[in-house]
Design a protein around this ligand. Sequence first.
Ligand SMILES: [Zn+2]
Length: 261
Amino acid sequence: MIFDTHAHYTSRRFDGHRDEVLDSLPAQGVCGVVECGVDLATSRAALALAETRPWVWAAAGVHPESLIEDDASTVYEFHGDWRAELAAIEPLYGDPRVVAVGECGLDHHWPVPEDAQLALFEAELAAAQEHSLPILVHDREAHAETYALLKRYRPRGILHAFSGSADDALWIARQGMLLGFGGALTFKNARRAVEAVAALSLENIVLETDCPYMAPEPFRGKECHSGMIRFTAQKVADIKQVPLEEVLRITEQNARALLGV
Ligand SMILES: [Zn+2]
């Protein structure tokens, strides 16, 4: 069965056909989805979505990009005061359907202020520790700083959309984190991700979409949904020379054990 550890079905891209997409997933073999908030508004929406379907769980947190996104509640409601926003998110961590802190992390691809995003990520690492929750980490072009904080806090969690080297992957697995791979693994230029999967044990890997983005081949560029994970899983199966069903079974087990679902 397919377990999607990282989705954004509350994205406006799904307006008008969200229920249709979600209701089509169980028949495609999807047994679990973690819907990731990126600010207070989407964290609340993720929890609301999780309350509608027993196989959807929510993660609540503030994404570094939300610090500079006009349509993030971090900006339009909290005017950059992420401490106040985290305080408003805090009560969500007591809800049994909120199974992780995130999506959070570091991003040097977009012009996000350095000090603010570091302090925000550290506050979310501390929140994960305090609530004994796993953390869902975004690391875009910020490997060194991300790894330094993982070393300091030693969280349980997932490094999502992993884009580092095989050596980095093995180090992160030794820190006790899982590595998330999505549609990008199937792209022609995915040499590093393929090397990372080859180096890792299946026990350290989980699958994800990041939908509506990052559809795997042969759907690259199209709207993505959790059913497409089958193609990412097939790529992992090809790299590891094991049956597809084994990849789906072990990655589902890994996700369930981490998230406690
Ligand atoms: Zn995401």
